[in-house]
Design a protein around this ligand. Sequence first.
Ligand code: ATP
Length: 197
Amino acid sequence: MLNIAITGGIGSGKTEVSNHLRDLGYTVIDADAISREMTAEGGKALPLIRAKFGEQLFREDGSLDRAAVREMIYNDPAKKALYESCTTRLVLDDIAAIRERSELSGEEVIFYDIPLLFETGTEGDYDAVWVVVTDTEIRKRRIRERSGLEDAVIESIMEKQMSDRYKINRADYVIYNNGTLDELHSATKKALKSFLK
Ligand code: ATP
């Protein structure tokens, strides 16, 4: 079975590629969704977050106060790294467990949507890496339309991610996403053709 990771910067189009692959019948594991589960009610990461940061990040009902988390990590890289370390290992363990189960399912290929693939140094765990690349200005516009985030916030997130150049140099395949969704779907099918017999 082929394990293919899909990565790329914020707003590059990973989710759209993943959704199209799902429409075509493929399994795509979503690292962000797993990460969100870890910090949802009863999530596996909550005890560790509580141990590292205390009650300041929790509401009275015991749930994680995401606004407090954002405020804490926004301008403090050390705290951000410590906070992320509470979930990263657990997410990677969960992905490894899903992958083990999938190995037994007989599927030809499984995809993994992993935004921070290179940032977590886990690119070597996959048979191939696809990188989705979109011009910065187009990404900013799409992110603004999606979430209303201000340019300054988008730029500060982009600055903290590894550059497209870095990712392109290490990719097995690059999907460019400056055009329409139809064009992105065609590019995704083309990528599939070159990996599947
Ligand atoms: P993030 O890392 O923030 O999760 P992402 O890489 O998963 O982002 P998407 O959510 O797929 O990116 O795309 C960002 C936004 O741009 C979404 O609203 C999506 O619908 C839109 N979008 C992506 N590609 C295109 C396209 N080719 N044409 C029009 N809109 C697009």
